[in-house]
Design a protein around this ligand. Structure first.
Ligand SMILES: O=C(CO)[C@H](O)[C@H](O)COP(=O)(O)O
Length: 265
């Protein structure tokens, strides 16, 4: 048995309003998208995802015994193992039925910022591998434009030796003068990702963030950048738990993104 790192839920104690909103989003998304025929499931990272796993576990041993669960990093790997679900990896399962993940902010067109937990490289691989990619978050993440409430910037994973050069390019060429190397909280020095890389947070002005695909491609072209925490046109739907117990759903149709509110039952 691995050490209990606190990754496993949780919901026996009274939850704050924000936690209840996360749980509501996660439970609703699992109920709508994790169906009996789904056998390979991607599990994202962050504080909302434990509720996703909790709801999947509640579907029962019979449904879960033939499923494989693919993690986006250390935290979700622990969650899968501690929940007695079958652990796989994306090099064994190149196609995933459904990946459910959290988000730092989601815009009108279902583009999102990810990487608040420095897992966006693996998260993007699992989002791309998925036939259906679903986001879950509390109401604070639901915005018209990226960078509205999540102001710390676009997370950018970089190889360590190139970080200073990438920072210079972000500040002086791409228009993010306040781009900074993300520093660890309980360790001296920078955050190191699950892949052994550093993370830069690069805030951009509204006019740039209104076209996330354009800035994503420019950042990705900088030598030394491994992955950019902008996920453009990847999600089929996003679920946001609201304080009043309703859930806002943004979902892709053939021609646009529509918004729907699911009222509490
Ligand atoms: O992208 C992520 C990690 O890299 C997370 O999914 C994102 O930060 C959202 O986390 P939370 O559910 O804690 O708000």
């Amino acid at each position: 048995m691995p050490a209990n790192t606190g990754a496993v839920p949780i919901t026996t104690t009274k939850l704050t309003a924000i936690e209840q909103s996360k749980r509501l989003a996660a439970y609703t998304a699992v109920d709508k998208h994790i169906l009996p025929e789904h056998k390979v499931i991607g599990i994202g990272s962050g504080s909302t995802v434990p509720y996703v796993v909790e709801r999947i576990v509640a579907q029962g041993r019979e449904l879960n015994k033939d499923r494989m669960f693919i993690p986006t990093g250390f935290q979700s790997k622990e969650l899968i193992v501690m929940s007695n679900l079958n652990l796989g990896d994306v090099d064994q399962f190149l196609t995933i039925d459904v990946t459910i993940d959290g988000a730092d902010e989601v815009d009108l067109n279902l583009n999102c910022i990810k990487g608040g937990g420095a897992c966006h490289l693996r998260e993007k691989v699992l989002a791309e591998a998925a036939n259906t990619f679903i986001l879950v978050a509390d109401y604070r993440k639901n915005a018209d434009y990226l960078g509205t409430n999540f102001t710390s910037g676009v997370p950018i994973e970089v190889v360590p030796f190139a970080y200073a050069k990438v920072l210079q390019n972000l500040r002086h060429v791409l228009g993010s003068p306040n781009a900074t190397l993300r520093m660890a909280k309980a360790k001296a020095g920078p955050v190191v990702s699950d892949n052994g890389n550093f993370v830069i947070d690069a805030p951009f002005p509204r006019e740039i963030m209104m076209n996330p695909f354009s800035i994503m491609t420019k950042i990705k072209m900088l030598t030394g950048v491994v992955e950019v925490g902008l996920f453009c046109d990847m999600a089929q739907a996003a679920y946001f738990g609201n304080e009043d117990g309703s859930v806002t759903v943004k979902k892709k149709t053939q021609s646009s993104v529509v918004e729907e509110i699911i009222q509490p039952s």
